[in-house]
Design a protein around this ligand. Sequence first.
Ligand SMILES: *Cc1c(COP(=O)(O)O)cnc(C)c1O
Length: 385
Amino acid sequence: MTTAPDRRFATLAIHAGQSPDATTGAIIPPIFQSSTHVQDGVGVMREGYEYNRSANPTRTSLQEQLAALEGADHAFSFASGLAAEDALLRGLLTPGDHIVIGNDVYGGTYRLINRVFGAWGVEHSVVDLTDAASVEAGITERSRILWVETPSNPLLSVVDIAALAELGHRHGLVVVVDNTFATPALQQPLALGADVVVHSTTKYIGGHSDVLGGAVVTSDADIAEKVGFQQFAVGGVSAPMDAWLTTRGLKTLDVRMRRHSENAARVAEALGQSPAVERVYYPGLADHPGHAIAARQMRGFGGMVSVTLTGGPEAAAALVARTRVFQLAESLGGVESLISLPARMTHASVVGTELEVPANLVRLSVGIEDVDDLVEDLTAALAGL
Ligand SMILES: *Cc1c(COP(=O)(O)O)cnc(C)c1O
């Protein structure tokens, strides 16, 4: 750690793991685009670096930044969010084990658990994370992990991390929180009792839609040892350039999340006034079922807003084709605004399962453009739908 750990969030985001280059004084640590490091004798390494699947200085710098921002002792960065999840699950589970997941878990996480880990002999049950009785009913003797995602994708349901951590621990489970939507700027699951945080850093952490990445963050030494082994033994690591781009994005996370949250609140309010809109899903709205929990466990309500349209799936398809500032694309969390139709895009693979989402649902990743342009764009596109 290169920065006193008692610094505040926005300061840590800029300085943790980011001290100037020791040799040249370059204010920004260079990208160590190298696969190996010279040894001064057999096994005599400089700063512990040898072959870069085990460690690379640019990756170390990102990992220190991520650990500091989640208030954790350890972070491991990977080539994608799913590579990070795979390393965590493979580190913690053996065939025959069981995992409990929410009924609105991210589709890619579901596919990984259902198809990849299913084929490896790991079973799962799908529960309603907002209902403790449903969670309890999903736990079996072989359950090892309770997998929590809040706010969830795309319905933005919010669950009580502290309560679920307590419930999970009562049953001896490792409690994992996918913190991709909130980011540590808005929510710190480890402080609320979770054991592990996972991220798709592709989204808000990278923040500029120019790099894929993922992370596992924890203060549990045993879990860290297992994930570190998977990272080294399997090798799904983030490349130096990707790690560097992610450190660059992460430095502005605090200001970006404030602006995303402000813009999303205005967009949610404007959407609620349109007769073409049936329902707005945004945790910042007082009528959102998870509003009280979100107000307690989050520092802001984030940049994601979903809506269902009164005109059904046709109106939803028309809306995503009509916006001009909001561009039609998968993914989220970048500075630019995106719009998508989950049932036919990100969530097409879960149609017909318990994870199916409404066909008239539109998801917005509200960017940090001028909010008046965003509201005008949506108002014009909704007119007459
Ligand atoms: C995108 C995403 C992932 C997967 O991350 P990739 O970087 O795409 O592999 C996991 N969880 C959530 C909530 C996501 O949005």
